[in-house]
Design a binder for this molecule. Structure first.
Ligand SMILES: [Zn+2]
Length: 106
């Protein structure tokens, strides 16, 4: 008799689902913390990156543009980052290290 595999309703393995939820929560916490304690926001995004690497889970695009790829700071548009739209790209400048990132705009 063939063994049946249990599947989560989402079709993803349980730990991946959990990792995604934790990443999302960390980004929301980083956003809330930024006004009062920006250094805490950096810690949260650092944790989110570690979870993403350990579980090989991608960071959703909306959150990916909240981290500088060079200095890994949490980026708050209008505070420590500048966001411009150029045709089909979003151009994000990190004002912490002057790194410029281009991302496709959906
Ligand atoms: Zn930077």
């Amino acid at each position: 008799m063939a063994s049946r595999k249990k599947k989560m309703s989402s079709g993803k393995p349980f730990n991946v689902d959990l990792a995604e939820q934790r990443i999302e929560r960390l980004f929301l916490m980083a956003k809330d913390a930024y006004a009062e304690r920006p250094e805490l926001s950096d810690r949260y995004v650092d944790l989110a990156r570690r979870i993403s690497m350990r579980h090989r889970v991608g960071i959703p695009a909306e959150f990916r543009r909240r981290i500088c790829k060079k200095c890994y700071s949490y980026l708050s548009p209008g505070a420590n980052s500048r966001v411009r739209i150029d045709g089909k790209n979003i151009i994000i400048t990190c004002l912490e290290c002057d790194n410029i990132m281009r991302m496709p705009y959906k």
